[in-house]
Design a protein around this ligand. Structure first.
Ligand code: NIG
Ligand code: FE
Length: 400
């Protein structure tokens, strides 16, 4: 058994329900002077030290004095399967070039496609493992990662396998951009659906599409997503990042798990999402990195939508693997409370990944995934802007 004892606080989203909506999102239970007890890969008990049961047998003890335990963070939206970087483009953007202009000029996503294709299987695996290490250092114990920088059969499959082998949850982002060897989106989707999907659907759990002017329109996205659904994949969409062109209605129509970004979402979209079972995933690091408007997270929560918070970690629009930084942005820019931010990147993110019964809380029966904070108030997670707040993580009952 593993016992983390004498913690200043244990903080966890209350109850067992998922997803959390409205007022429930901010219901975080806090135990002061507390412990967490893990049996194998599962949480056995958590609570106040005075309620610690008598233990016999082998117990490994960790001194938690001056520290807090929160559930291991769940990053439900990353593009960690990439090689190379876009530091040059970053500098060009700082000098005034826009993300859309770089994309239209064959840079952007397509420049990372070139680097990822050139990296080879080994290079891609090394990159994913390196990125996983960065995420872990910031408290992420479960991550989803998308392909979408291969856009040929071999590199897409290698990306999904690299994510799976690194312990991540693979999503096939087969419709991210049209690669240069195809004349148009229709021709590329023929290839993706008939040549890549049969293999991708054996590795990935979910499929995703970039619904945007200059990428894929709603008709393209419907065709791609229906084929993916037919192959047994759960559905995600990148929608309303720059323009509202119908991603939310399509996500609802097809029963998608989530629609992600939402920087351009207006009142009608907020209401439609609130009345649906589709989770809205907000990515404030991406809005910050591109200098775009923030998504209407406060309005979504208040309207009763299920809202999750993720990094969007990728080399172009959000070179940021830190969910604690996203919690800070949630509190300062999105006007979510620290408690709402915590639930959004634990329970609700786990819900998007179809795992809410097993991860995202510190409670008996949940997987023993814990982030230990170097702070005596768990709200430092959001409060310590870009601070090095995560001291270490426990994953499946093992200290990392
Ligand atoms: O979620 N918007 C589309 N895809 C990614 C960015 C990809 C890139 O710029 O490399 C996103 O922001
Ligand atoms: Fe993304």
């Amino acid at each position: 058994m593993l016992l983390i004892r004498d913690l200043a606080q244990v903080a966890t989203p209350a109850g067992r329900a998922a997803p959390l909506r409205g007022g429930d999102l901010g219901a975080v239970e806090v135990f002061e002077d507390a412990f967490v007890l893990c049996a194998g890969d599962t949480i056995d008990a958590a609570g106040r030290m005075r309620d610690l049961p008598a233990l016999d047998g082998d117990v490994v003890e960790i001194d938690g004095r001056g520290r807090c335990a929160i559930p291991g963070l769940v990053d439900c939206h990353t593009h960690a399967a990439f090689a190379g970087d876009r530091a040059d483009e970053f500098a060009l953007r700082a000098a005034g070039a826009s993300y859309e202009e770089l994309h239209a000029a064959g840079g952007g996503i397509l420049s990372t496609v070139r680097a990822t294709r050139a990296a080879g299987d080994e290079g891609l695996r090394d990159a994913v493992e390196r990125h996983r290490g960065w995420m872990r250092a910031h408290g992420t114990t479960t991550f989803e990662a998308k392909s979408g920088y291969g856009l040929d059969r071999e590199t897409e499959v290698e990306s999904l396998v690299a994510v799976r082998d690194a312990g991540g949850i693979p999503t096939w982002l087969g419709a991210h951009a049209v690669p240069p060897e195809f004349p148009d989106a229709d021709a590329y989707l023929d290839f993706a659906i008939f040549e890549v999907l049969p293999r991708a659907s054996q590795i990935a759990e979910m499929a995703d599409v970039f619904v945007e002017r200059g990428a894929f329109d709603v008709a393209h996205a419907r065709r791609y997503l229906e084929a993916c659904k037919g192959a047994g994949l759960e559905l995600r969409l990148h929608g309303d990042q720059f323009t509202e062109i119908g991603a939310i209605p399509l996500a609802i129509e097809l029963g998608a798990r989530s629609v992600d970004h939402l920087e351009a979402t207006g009142d009608l979209g907020v209401r439609a999402l609130a009345d649906s079972d589709v989770t809205g995933v907000v990515l404030p690091a991406s809005a910050l990195f591109l200098g775009r408007p923030m998504p209407p997270a406060r309005a979504l929560v208040d309207a009763g939508a299920a809202v999750a918070l993720a990094t969007d970690f990728n080399p172009g629009s959000a070179f940021c693997e830190s969910l604690p930084l996203c919690c800070s942005l949630a509190a300062t820019q999105l006007k979510l409370s620290p408690a709402e931010a915590l639930s959004a990147c634990t329970v609700n993110a786990a819900h998007v990944l179809g795992r809410a019964g097993r991860i995202g809380r510190i409670a008996p029966g949940y997987r023993a995934d814990i982030a230990l904070l170097d702070a005596d108030d768990w709200r430092y997670l959001a409060y310590h802007l870009a601070g090095n707040v995560v001291e270490r993580v426990v994953i499946g009952g093992e200290l990392r």
